[in-house]
Design a protein around this ligand. Structure first.
Ligand code: A2P
Length: 338
């Protein structure tokens, strides 16, 4: 079996760390692993397959001989270095929003549109979608195939790990301070996140929506390859460490019942139905943490319209929402294209 020289850019970050773990857990055919981060990480090491690997400082020369680069060091780093990596023959799988809407860059969720991966040849870059979008489209795709989704209304409850390791630290420090009668400081978010909810993810745009909300709209249409789907989103940061939750309402062209929706989702790849209200069973972020699947429950008819379904969708944002999806893309890439 062919093996690859893989680089993780942003290896010391919340997502980068999980990328290294997922490469090991899934036994991705790694010949050599290069860990890249900023100067701040000089001297750090990370474990991979029982070996302690040094973190190196990212620079223009970092990509010589590297086959696959998993990028998760922020949009600015991807803008600057993904083209450099691609020019040296490395295929970039980029977890940032830098290239997602570029018509020459495929935006891929392997359960939904794996056929798009071949489009990487145009720029040498494949984009990993936004975390909230990935878990939603994994569930929407089989329903769309069966009944044609016309409209989606989504509200998210997103964990702080989606912002990065400094946000995880901020929630710990603020919670600790509040429980011991101390003062809190908000550095990563504009307001206190502990014991609070912030209807504000990423920057606000001219139209009054946040960039995160608009990402969910544009990316859903691109991944499902259907510009006619109407999507509206409200994205909210909540004081949860790992796992994003979503309340999703869909309107379909053809009526589907709750039972049919459950059957469709029970067969869907990467999806687990957890839906038994009699036993108080529904998806929870604490149960999704560390798991690969996207969990769906609270499936019920929207009685306010003819053809509507409500659902609650939860997934580990660092895994399916980021690192796992990127490694799954790498698996298809390695199997079919490299
Ligand atoms: P470092 O740890 O050296 O700062 P998170 O998303 O959890 O905040 O992590 C961001 C990741 O991106 C970290 O690994 C961080 O490295 C890395 N990173 C941020 N800026 C740069 C940069 N300019 N060059 C290389 N890596 C960077």
């Amino acid at each position: 079996m062919k093996e690859y020289h893989v680089a993780v850019v942003g290896a010391t970050g919340a997502v980068g760390n999980v990328m290294v773990k997922v490469l090991e857990q899934r036994n991705f055919p790694v010949r050599r692993l290069t860990l890249l981060a900023s100067e701040r990480s000089i001297g750090k090491t990370l474990e991979f397959k029982g070996e302690s690997l040094p973190v190196e400082v990212l620079n223009d020369g970092s990509f010589a001989g590297i086959d696959i680069g998993l990028f998760s060091a922020g949009g600015a780093v991807s803008q600057r270095y993904a083209p450099v990596a691609a020019a040296s023959g490395c295929v970039v799988i980029d977890n940032t929003s830098a290239f997602r809407m570029d018509p020459e860059v495929p935006l891929v969720v392997p359960e939904v549109n794996p056929e798009q991966i071949g489009m990487h040849r145009a720029k040498g870059i494949i984009a990993n979608p936004n975390c909230s979008t990935i878990q939603m489209v994994v569930v929407l795709k089989p329903i769309h195939d069966a009944a044609v989704i016309k409209r989606v209304i989504v509200s998210t409850y997103q964990s702080v790990s989606g912002t990065g390791k400094e946000a995880i630290e901020e929630l710990i420090l603020q919670t600790r301070a509040l429980l011991s009668g101390g003062k809190t400081e908000a550095k990563v978010y504009p307001h206190r996140i502990a014991f609070n909810c912030l209807p504000h993810i990423d920057v606000f745009l001219e139209n009054g929506y946040s960039k995160e909300e608009m990402k969910m709209i544009h990316e859903t249409r691109k991944i499902l390859n259907d510009q006619s789907i109407r999507v509206t989103a409200t994205t909210v940061r909540v004081p949860v460490f790992y796992g994003h939750s979503e309340s999703v309402n869909i309107e379909t062209e053809r009526k589907i019942t709750v039972e049919e929706t459950r059957e469709i989702l029970a067969r869907a790849p990467g999806v687990t139905v957890v839906d038994s209200i009699k036993e108080n069973k529904y998806p929870l972020p604490i149960d999704a943490e560390g798991k690969d699947d996207t969990f769906v429950g609270r499936i019920r008819e929207d009685e306010s319209i003819e053809n509507g379904i409500n659902m609650w969708i939860v997934s580990d944002n660092l895994r399916k929402g980021a690192a796992l999806n990127a490694v799954q893309i790498a698996e298809v890439l390695a199997r079919d294209y490299l």
